[in-house]
Write a protein that binds this ligand. Structure first.
Ligand SMILES: [Zn+2]
Length: 408
């Protein structure tokens, strides 16, 4: 079983320090590379799907969360407020209230809808130290979040498009959902009132799931306090299930923040808010990726994509030239020098690197490179330009297979 806490430390991806605090991991350079690649994938996918990105502060006045309902329904999970100039300021437990206020800051016509607002932003949760460990239960969270402000007629299509973005992301990440869950309110939970709104949003999400043809289970007691949601569940190495992605339909926040748009009739109308996250928190997503792949990430995510192995010191200049060509193409390459051990030992050390580029005397003389793939396949020597072109194309299209076609 792969435990991301152990592997994350062994691979130099992240760590924690008691002086910084429990549940507050820091990212080492190789982990930061993985996270950066993941965030860039998400931002690009969102831009292509018509989302516009914003930045909003990680703090807000207590009043903001009183309006959103977090203060009365969610304060157990929030950090205590800080007193500042006679006001109380809190670390935000979610991005939604900020986005609602950003929407409200400008007037909107029905022609602008659906308005898709996205942010990869920080949020905070006052997890108890007893449940902290690794990247799955943290106090500082980087959330991949977005809010779609739309008309009632547009909700189903937007929710379905979000599910399709999730499907494509999972394909690129090489992970698969364990199940889709329709998360409904349960008895005794802290939920906002308005039964008719709950019924409407539940009916909409059910319709989306039915139309997508996805197998799902309805589970009571897992809804957000303000509405039901579709959760995409994954299972970790120890068999524990958790939520990675979510799509929610919310009639509550638009009421609370008095959001509106001007309709074709010139009158004010209330938009619906669709909350959606493709990969959830970056921390949880990377934890899952580490466990799922045992550190052997898809090439586009790998901290080092190409390890260059000169057989002897004579080929070092060729290795340096190849590393430069990789860097020029945006590929992350590293040289494993001959003094670090035998070729076999260096290949074993680089077993998680997708592409192992061996340069011997013959390859050096002809500007060739003999590539070994992480999965054990060995390719015949190929011209350097061809190898880099093919790796670049596979990485650029976020493919999970390491090579096009059979080795020659
Ligand atoms: Zn939200």
């Amino acid at each position: 079983m792969n435990d991301h806490r152990k592997l994350g430390r062994e691979l130099g991806l992240f760590d924690t320090d008691p002086l910084i605090g429990a549940g507050l991991p820091y990212w080492l350079p190789d982990g930061a590379v993985v996270r950066h690649a993941l965030e860039e994938y998400i931002r690009t996918a969102e831009r292509k799907a018509g989302y516009r990105h914003v930045y909003s502060p990680v703090l807000g006045k207590r009043e903001l969360y009183e309006i959103s309902g977090h203060w009365s329904h969610y304060s157990d999970d929030m950090f205590p407020p800080m007193e500042l100039g006679g006001e109380q300021v809190v670390l935000r437990p979610s991005l939604c209230p900020h986005h609602a206020v950003i929407y409200r800051s400008r007037s909107h016509s029905y022609r602008e809808l659906p308005l898709r607002m996205a942010e990869l932003g920080g949020m905070y949760r006052s997890e108890l130290s007893g449940v902290l460990g690794g990247l799955t239960r943290v106090r500082a969270i980087q959330l991949n979040d977005a809010h779609i402000f739309c008309t009632l007629d547009q909700v189903a299509e937007e929710a379905q498009a979000a599910l399709e973005m999730i499907r494509r992301a999972y394909e690129a990440l090489g992970i698969s959902p364990a199940r889709y869950r329709l998360s409904l309110p349960g008895p005794g939970g802290k939920y906002v009132a308005a039964p008719e709104l709950w019924q409407r949003s539940t009916a909409l999400l059910t319709e989306v799931l039915e139309r997508s043809g996805l197998p799902y289970e309805a589970v009571e007691g897992e809804a957000a306090f303000y509405g039901p949601k579709i959760d995409v569940q994954v299972v970790d190495g120890a068999g524990r299930e958790s939520t990675l992605s979510t799509v929610q339909v919310d009639f509550h926040q638009p009421e609370r923040f008095d959001l509106h748009y001007i309709g074709a009739d010139g009158a004010k109308h209330r938009p619906v808010m669709v909350h959606r996250s493709i990969i959830g928190s970056v921390e949880r997503a990377v934890a899952h990726l580490i466990e799922e792949h045992g550190g052997a990430f898809p090439a586009w995510l790998a901290p080092t994509q190409v390890v260059i192995l000169p057989v002897s010191a004579a080929e070092l200049p060729n290795a340096v030239a190849l590393a430069e060509r990789c860097a020029h193409r945006g590929l992350r390459a590293e040289i494993a020098e001959p003094e670090r051990g035998s070729l076999g030992a260096r290949i074993r050390e680089a077993r998680l690197v997708p592409y192992q580029a061996v340069i011997g005397a013959k390859e050096a003389a002809d500007d060739l490179v003999a590539v070994r793939l992480r999965d054990g396949r060995r390719l015949d020597p190929l011209p350097v330009g061809e190898v880099l072109g093919r790796i670049g194309a596979l990485v650029g299209s976020h493919r999970t297979d390491l090579w096009d076609g059979a080795p020659r």
